[in-house]
Ligand binder design. Sequence first.
Ligand SMILES: [Zn+2]
Length: 165
Amino acid sequence: MPGSFDDLLDANRHNQADFAFAGLTGRPRRGLAVVACMDTRIDPLAVLGLQPGDAKILRNAGARVTDDVVRSLAIVVANLGVDRVAVIAHTDCAMNKLSADELRASVAATSGQTTDDWDPLAVEDQVATLRADVDRLHHDPLLPDDLTIGAFVYDVETGALTPLA
Ligand SMILES: [Zn+2]
């Protein structure tokens, strides 16, 4: 139903009937935070064999380590026992397939705004970008030196998660 959220509210009423997650806290049981792309084909909990309550999940276009991802990680590391971070990029990612210019042009068209100076954080080289993003986490002054950081690529066709070599 376009423009309505009735379908979601209806589904939520059904979900409440067998709700099983009462009593969980915001402290992730597995000490894990995941940075993943917002791609519709990725269910981070299922991919990693996790349940609600196990991990903090941060998602954005391209699984990029942005200022806000660093902000969120600094907070959960300092307050909620997170001691490892998995950054998960994936195959067939739109942020890898579309250039920065194409992304700027598309947003200019829908918004009517000039986007020449806007950085959509496009991913030209996925492996190089993952390495740079992990490097940023390793060196960010707000994150402790002993934080364990892993980088992975998820294959949306096979479901395989491959650590970055
Ligand atoms: Zn993606």
